[in-house]
Design a protein around this ligand. Structure first.
Ligand SMILES: [Zn+2]
Length: 279
């Protein structure tokens, strides 16, 4: 499942590929499961719109749309409400920008015909992904992990009685942090995943904040290659050389102390940690 750095990488890749394009027409498979807005609203909003930018909000990919000429609207108008096209990739969703004559893949649920003659396609075999339209500034439910300050971060987690690992995954607190980066951040901060937020000291919360920022930024850097006409989950983020220290390393030696990494289950999710380095 793509987490924040992967979604960021995909959003950047899509942005490079489609910024400035106009959407000429839209085809939707009509599978309700993949739509959070009525299909007619999605088509009406997209058709004829110009894609001014694409960026990430939480784990959502947000397309900023405008109507009118080929130049971006003046600053004054930019602050006015403007429609957005929101894509959530779910577990298996991907966005590709391909020539129109490329064969349509199985499980394609949306095709946006672009003014350059290419197509932006949304493919999702398991259909946990979602497409939607937002009327105005779209917000994810939780704080943006890369924008939240150290003090706000500490305030969020020191009140929570849940295990810190679960709290990091709670999308109402932070948007976009998943299993991999939560485990990695806890390892770097030397905090055990089962510790309750209320038991963490201010210093530990601060270390955890720094660790999470570091793992997310390093991963974005590693996955942040620019790709101009093919944006594919498997193809592109499979390449990034992020150095995982605990996630998926059960029974392998800890990179710091050689103690075998332990895997436990907390609220139905696996957690990996070193019982010597983390307390
Ligand atoms: Zn260790």
């Amino acid at each position: 499942m793509p987490e924040l750095p992967e979604v960021e990488t995909i959003a950047r890749g899509v942005a490079v590929s489609v910024r400035g394009e106009r959407v000429e027409s839209v085809w939707l498979s009509g599978r309700k499961q993949t739509l959070n807005s009525p299909p007619r609203a999605i088509a009406r909003t997209l058709e004829g719109a110009r894609i001014d930018d694409v960026h990430r909000v939480g784990k959502h990919i947000v397309f900023e749309l405008s109507r009118g000429g080929d130049v971006p609207p003046p600053k004054k108008e930019q602050s006015a409400p403007h429609p957005q096209f929101i894509v959530h990739l779910g577990m298996t969703g991907s966005l590709t920008v391909v020539p129109a004559d490329k064969e349509t893949a199985k499980h394609t649920h949306a095709v946006l015909k672009l003014s350059s003659g290419r197509e932006l396609r949304f493919v999702d075999p398991r259909m946990f992904g979602k497409l939607a339209i937002a009327k105005d500034r779209f917000r994810a439910p939780g704080h943006e992990p890369l924008d939240v300050g150290a003090e706000a971060f500490a305030a969020l987690f020191k009140r929570t009685k849940a295990p810190i690992k679960s709290a990091l995954l709670n999308q109402k607190l932070l948007s976009g942090v998943g299993n991999i980066y939560a485990d990695e951040a806890l390892f770097r901060a030397r905090v055990r995943p089962r510790r309750r937020g209320t038991t963490l000291t201010h210093a530990e919360l601060h270390k955890l904040f720094e660790a999470l920022q570091a793992v997310l930024n390093e991963s974005i850097k590693a996955g942040g290659t620019t790709f101009s006409d093919y944006v594919d989950a498997q193809g592109e983020w499979g390449n990034y050389q992020f150095d995982l220290r605990v996630y998926g390393r059960e029974d392998e030696p800890c990179v710091r102390c050689k103690t075998p990494i332990k895997r436990i289950v907390i609220s139905g999710r696996s957690a990996h940690y070193c019982r010597k380095c983390q307390s």
